[in-house]
Design a binder for this molecule. Structure first.
Ligand SMILES: Cc1cc2nc3c(=O)[nH]c(=O)nc-3n(C[C@H](O)[C@H](O)[C@H](O)COP(=O)(O)O)c2cc1C
Length: 168
């Protein structure tokens, strides 16, 4: 999809069909993440690929019972890994790295005809526990994804005048 068309087409989706996502597409999403810009090229993020009904159910329970999470066939859990960063204020950089990684995953998912929703409402330690995540991998975003089973709502945005502040 052309980039600006993709931006128009992307919406958060919270209803999914049970149909599994082909592994080839999962790899494409992860390859898109690899291209993300990253502070100092330290790539201070980690991705957990979650699937299986039981694990998805556990994920849903750890996200303040967002019940739709369990409907998705898969999820990415994007974590920070500050230890990879060699700059001071490691958490500051790692959070930005993980954010852009999650953004590219979200866009790649949409470009491949799939759908997802970025989910930030969870207790990181709970998610890390159910994933048996390596120490220092701190969940930043949970992103259930799959084939959409809803026509998502069109969200609104502030106008440019409301958020652009020019200085000459
Ligand atoms: C950092 C972040 C955290 C979010 N957390 C949640 C969440 O916990 N639950 C949820 O249903 N949606 C969550 N969303 C999705 C937003 O609600 C959604 O992006 C916003 O309403 C705009 O809709 P759109 O993505 O369809 O344009 C989150 C999005 C971002 C970027």
């Amino acid at each position: 999809m052309e980039f600006f068309e993709l931006l128009e087409a992307r919406h958060s989706v919270r209803r999914f069909r049970a149909e599994p996502v082909p592994e080839k597409l999962v790899t494409k999403i992860l390859e898109a993440v690899r291209t993300a810009p990253t502070a100092g090229n330290f790539q201070s993020y980690e991705i957990y690929v979650v699937s299986g009904a039981e694990r998805m159910q556990a994920l849903a329970a750890a996200t303040f019972n967002h019940e739709w999470v369990a409907q998705a066939p898969m999820a990415l859990v994007v974590c920070t890994n500050s230890a990879r960063c060699e700059y001071d204020n490691k958490d500051y950089w790692a959070l930005q790295d993980a954010s852009i990684a999650a953004t590219l995953a979200h866009l790649a998912i949409a470009d491949l005809g799939l759908a997802s929703c970025w989910l930030g409402a969870f207790i990181p330690a709970k998610i890390a526990g159910l994933l048996a995540a390596t120490e220092g991998h701190v969940p930043m975003a949970v992103m259930p994804f799959g084939y959409a089973n809803e026509i998502p709502e069109q969200s609104t945005r502030r106008t440019l005048e409301e958020f652009v502040h020019r200085r000459e």
